[in-house]
Design a protein around this ligand. Structure first.
Ligand SMILES: NC(=O)C1=CN([C@@H]2O[C@H](COP(=O)(O)OP(=O)(O)OC[C@H]3O[C@@H](n4cnc5c(N)ncnc54)[C@H](OP(=O)(O)O)[C@@H]3O)[C@@H](O)[C@H]2O)[C@@H](O)CC1
Ligand SMILES: Nc1ncnc2c1ncn2[C@@H]1O[C@H](COP(=O)(O)OP(=O)(O)O)[C@@H](O)[C@H]1O
Ligand SMILES: [K+]
Length: 500
């Protein structure tokens, strides 16, 4: 897993690398600028004109070095330095002197000197991890002008004005980048929905900071990487009884599709036997749609009113499409009293828990919850910003000793100790009804095959997002459906199996 460190830790990593590699500070800047430039040229094949807007700190120093490296690679280059040169950092000065006359920067200290920015691209190097307060005054005016321009904007390390690991006050100006090329590690704020319009699409480039130092750092935030996913092995003598016996409790009249999507996803994710408990009205629907499922019907025609857990069930998946009526609520409460197998609780099962929080203590150990933000809000109340949302996630998982995934772009998996891992796979095409039901089935199947709940959550969100990415590739973001995600599960799982 890739650690997500705060600005202070990253500064210390810079300092440790400089002292121990050893490398001079200005050469580390040169390496960072070179890594940025290489990625930049990959992203932007032809750039007729670029404005490089620099502050006077090291982020600005990067900007100057990048401007120098882009000579001959792009069309016309303009360099601007915003701020007081007397306050410039040492490495900024060295790069200022290296610029040469052809790129001689224009200094901006007041509003009258702010250019129109009519280049096709702007590189933002005003402030990076050294941002110490919200941006205002002439700096804010420059940012407003950048944001008003037609140009694409590529931020160095982090968009200027955005704090990496704490909320940015609304009074401060922030660059709205279309791309951000960041050094060595992603910044926490990149995973926050509220920062998306500032960060744009982000890319991380290695700059050779000391791995030894990075791995020693304490953090409670990580990013899942492909190499972290280890699927349960399939062995020569496996049989259906050893590959996970999953009980799916799902569906109600008009919402049998949720049950079908979860069932298909579980089967495509390797589960050995799938038992489904559905209302009477769902019997034919499920039998026809998913012939592999063994269906047991509820006494009630339209909803789930009682669930008797089968013996020898490895995991119970409950929630998709069940509704929150009183009878279903009672059924869930009774099931919680009797069940010993871990549960994957989704959708209306979570809504029922939120309305009856006393039930939370009855959730079997090793169970997982998979809320989307709306369901999570019902559980924990509202939050004032994305950072507080993560604090609430940690507090909830610690309090109830449950593993949970808070779904969305960069779904956040949290364990019982409050460690959070973000999932990098997935795309906006997955924001379509039924996607979550697919995820529930995948996670249920993985737990059924013996993965521990936390590993199953991490692998489940990764596989689900990867299948979503493959579906988007095949069908397009706009047209893909949740069924397309199911259809791509085999390909996604095959990709993971091949890397093992
Ligand atoms: N060797 C290394 O360390 C490497 C570092 N690297 C690069 O360095 C970046 C970090 O550089 P940094 O630490 O110099 O901070 P930076 O983001 O340039 O800002 C500091 C300047 O901004 C000013 N300032 C701050 N807030 C302000 C505000 N609201 N409004 C106005 N001014 C404000 C502050 O002034 P002061 O607060 O002192 O008044 C100071 O002048 C990092 O993101 C990466 O790009 C890479 O090259 C890899 C190697
Ligand atoms: N913009 C996005 N980027 C990546 N994944 C997304 C995005 N939007 C939704 N998803 C994923 O799609 C799923 C949606 O789940 P959910 O909201 O429960 O849908 P439903 O209730 O319709 O089944 C989640 O796994 C979520 O992570
Ligand atoms: K920047």
């Amino acid at each position: 897993m890739r650690p997500i460190l705060n600005s202070q830790q990253i500064r210390e990593a810079d300092a440790f690398t400089i002292a121990n590699e050893p490398i001079s500070s200005v050469n580390l800047m040169e390496r960072a600028a070179s890594a940025f430039t290489q990625k930049f040229l990959e992203l932007f094949a032809s750039v007729p004109s670029v404005a490089v807007v620099c502050g006077v700190g090291n982020n600005g120093g990067d900007g100057l070095a990048i401007a120098r490296m882009l000579q001959g690679e792009v069309g016309h280059i303009e360099v601007y330095v915003v701020g007081n040169l007397e306050k410039a950092s040492e490495d900024f000065r060295v790069n200022y002197d290296r610029l040469g006359e052809r790129l001689s920067p224009k200094i901006v200290v007041d509003e009258s000197q702010i250019p129109e920015f009519d280049t096709s691209l702007i590189i933002d190097g005003m402030f990076g991890s050294g941002l110490s307060r919200p941006v205002e005054g002439v700096y804010a005016q420059v940012i407003e002008r950048i944001n008003a321009s037609e140009a694409q904007v590529c931020a160095i390390d982090i968009p200027s004005g955005l704090f990496a690991d704490k909320p940015t006050p609304s009074a401060g100006a922030v660059v709205e980048a279309t791309h951000t090329i960041s050094f060595q590690l992603p910044k926490l704020v990149f995973f926050m929905p509220s920062a998306a319009s500032y960060v744009g699409s982000w890319h991380v480039v290695p700059i050779g900071l000391s791995e030894e130092f990075l791995l020693q750092q304490t953090t409670d935030k990580w990013q899942i990487e492909l190499r972290d996913i280890h699927l349960p092995l399939k062995r020569r003598f496996d049989h259906k009884g050893t590959n996970g016996r999953v009980l799916l409790v799902a569906g109600s009249k008009g919402k049998m599709g949720a049950a079908i999507l979860s069932a298909k996803a579980a089967l495509r994710s390797g589960c050995g036997l799938l038992f489904a408990h559905v209302p009477c009205c769902g019997l034919d629907i499920l039998q026809v749609a998913v012939p592999e499922a063994m269906v047991e019907v509820d006494e009630h025609t339209e909803i789930i009113s009682e669930v008797l857990p089968e013996e020898q069930i490895d995991v119970i998946v409950i929630g998709p499409g069940i509704g929150t009526g009183k009878l279903t609520e009672n059924a869930l409460a009774q099931l919680l009293q009797k069940a010993t197998a871990p549960m994957v609780m989704d959708a209306d099962a979570i809504n029922i828990l939120a309305a009856n929080t006393h039930l939370l203590s009855a959730v079997p150990p090793e169970s997982v919850l998979t809320p989307h933000p709306g369901e999570f809000k019902r559980l924990v109340g509202d939050w004032k910003d994305d950072f507080e949302k993560l604090e609430k996630l940690k507090a909830f998982c610690k309090k109830y000793q449950l593993n949970m995934v808070l779904k969305g772009a960069y779904s956040a998996v949290c364990d019982t100790k409050g460690q959070i891992t973000f999932n990098p796979t997935g795309n906006p095409g997955m924001a379509t009804g039924g996607s979550g039901d697919v995820l529930t089935g995948v996670i249920g199947a993985l737990i059924g095959q013996g993965m521990n709940p936390l590993e199953a959550l991490r692998a489940g969100v990764y596989i689900h997002g990867l299948a979503g990415d493959l579906a988007a590739h095949a069908q397009g973001y706009r047209s893909m459906t949740a069924s397309d995600i199911v259809a791509m599960l085999p390909q996604a799982i095959n990709q993971l199996d091949k890397k093992c």
